[in-house]
Write a new protein. Structure first.
Length: 291
């Protein structure tokens, strides 16, 4: 069993990279991809933990990209990020610069609403890249909200009272920079594109034309019909099939590592097919532990 979409404290998860890999070993995962948002910070620790606990760790990341009007979130996961990935790091620096400005604006809006929250306390809570989940956790600790979900619904989500849009790469930039560093690009959680199969197919086809390598067919929020739909789309466009839980730890209490909402059981064969495609292009791959 494998999980190719997870997050750690390097972005907005609650487990350190080492703890995440330790948990993966504990539940019997053969391979795990760490795919933190807009950062590579946790990868060295995760790779070292993989050697310690006997788990194949695929170094990855997740990029939020601009989406056309009427389309939901588009996120691109990059897998097999090399140790030296300067073009990608420069892209992240640009995004993170915008995120820091955004975080300060969110805090300012919350304070205008009479909430006694400080940016310094949120930074201390995060311990790494600051994101909205850390602000939500601080609101929870202050007793302003009853849950992280309440914080997003009331203040931080798209329709929240303190919402500020995020700086994002274009779809072409995201896929292009991943290709430049030799990573495999995967469309994350395609169900978020919207409810219309025709719209989803149009977006996936456009991303394929830009150089997209694959898409998440197996995902925590995909029911059986969605899994079949995205599997057919992957076959139609010649895309690799990927999958993962999108585990974040206790900020997503219903999503468990490896199995999501107890609806995932992703075979190592899927990862091996992705590795074969990379080998055919002369690209490096991680090695299976004990295999």
């Amino acid at each position: 069993m494998i999980d190719l979409h997870t997050h750690s404290t390097a972005s907005d998860g609650t487990d350190s990279p080492r703890e995440l890999v330790r948990k993966a070993a504990e539940i019997g995962l053969e391979a795990l991809a760490l795919t933190d948002h807009d950062t590579l910070q946790g990868l060295p620790e995760a790779l070292e933990a993989g050697r310690e606990f006997g788990v194949e760790v695929v170094p990855g990341c997740e990029l939020s990209v601009e989406s056309p009007e009427g389309v939901g979130w588009i996120h691109i996961v990059g897998l097999w990020i090399p140790e030296e990935a300067e073009p990608l790091q420069r892209a992240f620096d640009w995004v993170i610069e915008g995120r820091e400005t955004r975080n300060h604006e969110i805090i300012a809006r919350l304070r205008k609403l009479g909430i006694n929250i400080t940016y310094d306390n949120v930074v201390a809570r995060a311990g790494g890249t600051v994101g909205r989940p850390h602000i939500a956790q601080e609101l929870l600790s202050l007793g302003v909200v009853e849950s992280v979900q309440h914080a997003f619904g009331q203040y931080l989500g798209d329709n929240g009272r303190a919402y500020v849009p995020k700086r994002k790469l274009s779809r072409e930039q995201a896929i292009g920079v991943l290709r430049e560093v030799g990573a495999t690009s995967i469309l994350a959680h395609p169900f978020m594109l919207g409810p219309s199969p025709a719209l989803v197919e149009s977006i996936v086809g456009g991303l394929k034309d830009m150089g997209l390598d694959g898409m998440e067919v197996f995902y925590t929020e995909h029911d059986e019909s969605a899994t079949k739909l995205f599997g057919r789309l992957a076959d139609k466009f010649g895309l690799l099939k990927s999958g993962g839980s999108d585990y974040h730890g206790h900020v997503k209490p219903g999503t468990k590592l490896g199995v999501g909402k107890d609806n995932l059981d992703i075979s190592y064969d899927l990862l091996e097919a992705m590795k074969e495609a990379r080998r055919a292009r002369g690209q490096w791959v991680t090695e299976r532990i004990g295999g």
